[in-house]
Design a protein around this ligand. Structure first.
Ligand code: SAH
Ligand code: SF4
Length: 420
């Protein structure tokens, strides 16, 4: 871990230093959420337990924490009664604070969350017939400045910690009431205000089955914390979600893509959005650092990609900007040239106040999609979800962050200048 913390990520803006994995709270207690089991055992050892006891207790606590969703040591029934106050005096099992929870008419749910130090970020749950997808944030704000993205208009406040990232998944499970049944009664008693069966997803079989790192922020610019959080999500003794059900979306941080495949091993989505340098430079400015050729080569080299496990290219449909027949054909050429196992997700642009683009006409999007399908490339159009609660993935925002057009232009110029 030490070497990655010191590593300089080649990019125009280096990410903020990775926060310490352990920040005691004001009352001196340590939040265990987000820590791997080995680290929990170390902490128990430092607090006075002998090696064997520390190992055993860490295994028990870890199980209650991630497998059962328990946040109160008193409810950990296989831990000796005398041991529970010892734990409670030194540790807590936290959750991000919920500032606001919204429920769309189409079943989509959005939560505005707050970190301990008072920064707001968002997560979204999107239920479908056969799956429930949680859209998770990796940063508060973003250092990048994709011109169509509302998050790009915010300054990067800071990286989220591994605990704050995995905490989103924990909260979603709390809210959907989907911890294993035997833990249910405890959970309901302890987290009364969090459990909300209103949506009835469990009854419909629409539980949290998939995770996409497509909320606020660029996950590869917070690599260590995203990796550590996803490891907890994938751990069979933890949240036990298969890596096949997790997708990380990057705007194209080429130097970290291979490590994402090797060290995390989840599915990759790439925010391509354009097929020429000119257009991609404008709408996804990281393209000036890592161009389309380099990006597609990194996709071709991404570990374990196959016909059954494809890379997803996200392509936001912007009227008269990137939506012509010629651009669809160029996309086919590129995919063939790099021999990519790929599918394309066409995303209707979701406008926000002051946005400099419009969404392509539905007939244009259909045509673009047809051209790709005719070439044998799957290119479904993503149905907008949760529009009534502003829940579209990739444009999460808080009312307090809304900026005027003039402010947006100023911020854009500032970030462009940083690109050199
Ligand atoms: N930073 C990462 C992940 C978060 S954005 C990335 O850029 O890939 C998730 C997806 O939503 C990206 O493909 C992003 O380009 C897209 N997106 C952002 N703003 C959007 C908007 N207003 N309308 C439609 N898609 C948008
Ligand atoms: Fe950041 Fe992704 Fe938005 Fe670009 S699209 S500004 S990388 S969150």
């Amino acid at each position: 871990m030490a070497d990655t913390q010191l590593m300089q990520i080649p990019g125009h803006i280096d990410p903020l230093p990775v926060p310490r994995d352990i920040t005691p709270r004001e009352d001196g207690r340590i939040d265990l959420l987000g820590l791997p089991r080995t680290r929990i055992a170390e902490l128990f050892g430092e607090a006075g337990l002998d090696t064997k006891a520390a190992k055993l207790r860490s295994r028990q606590v870890y199980h209650w924490l991630y497998h059962r969703g328990i946040t109160d040591f008193e409810a950990m029934t296989d831990i000796a009664k005398t041991m529970r106050p010892w734990l409670a005096a030194r540790y807590v099992i936290g959750r991000p604070e919920i500032v606001e929870a919204q429920h769309s008419v189409d079943g989509t749910r959005k939560w505005l969350l707050r970190t301990d130090d008072g920064h707001d970020f968002e997560m979204v749950f999107i239920p479908d017939a056969d799956r429930g997808t949680l859209c998770v944030s990796s940063q508060v704000g973003c250092t990048l400045n994709c011109r169509f993205c509302h998050t790009g208009t915010m300054r990067l406040v800071r990286n989220l910690t591994a605990g704050e990232i995995v905490g989103q998944v924990m909260l979603a499970r709390d809210a959907l009431g989907e911890w294993p049944r035997s833990g249910q009664a405890d959970l309901a008693a302890l987290n009364d205000d969090l459990v909300d069966d209103e949506g009835g997803y469990s009854a419909d079989g629409r539980l949290l089955t998939n995770i996409v790192m497509m909320g606020m922020g660029e996950p590869l610019y917070n690599f260590d914390n995203v990796r550590d959080a996803l490891k907890l999500v994938m751990d069979g003794d933890g949240l036990a979600l298969s890596k096949r059900r997790i997708t990380l979306s990057t705007s194209g941080v080429v130097p970290l893509m291979a490590r994402c495949g090797d060290e995390i091993g989840v599915n990759l989505a790439v925010s391509l959005h354009a097929v020429t340098k000119e257009v991609r430079d404008e709408i996804v400015p990281i393209n000036r650092k890592f161009g389309i050729e380099e990006l597609l080569q990194a996709c071709a080299d991404y570990p374990r990609v196959s016909n059954a496990r494809r890379i997803t290219f996200e392509y936001v449909m912007l009227k008269d900007k990137n939506d012509s027949d010629d651009e669809a054909r160029e996309l086919i050429r590129l995919i063939r040239h790099y021999k990519l196992y790929a599918k394309v997700n066409l995303i209707p642009f979701n406008p926000w106040p002051g946005a400099p683009y419009e969404c392509s006409e539905p007939s244009r999007i259909r045509r673009f999609s047809e051209i790709l399908f005719d070439a044998g490339i799957s290119a479904p159009v993503r149905t907008p979800r949760g529009r009534d609660i502003d829940a579209a993935c990739g444009q999460l925002k808080t009312a307090s962050e809304r900026k005027s057009r003039a402010e947006l232009d100023r911020l854009y110029a500032e970030k462009q200048a940083a690109l050199g």
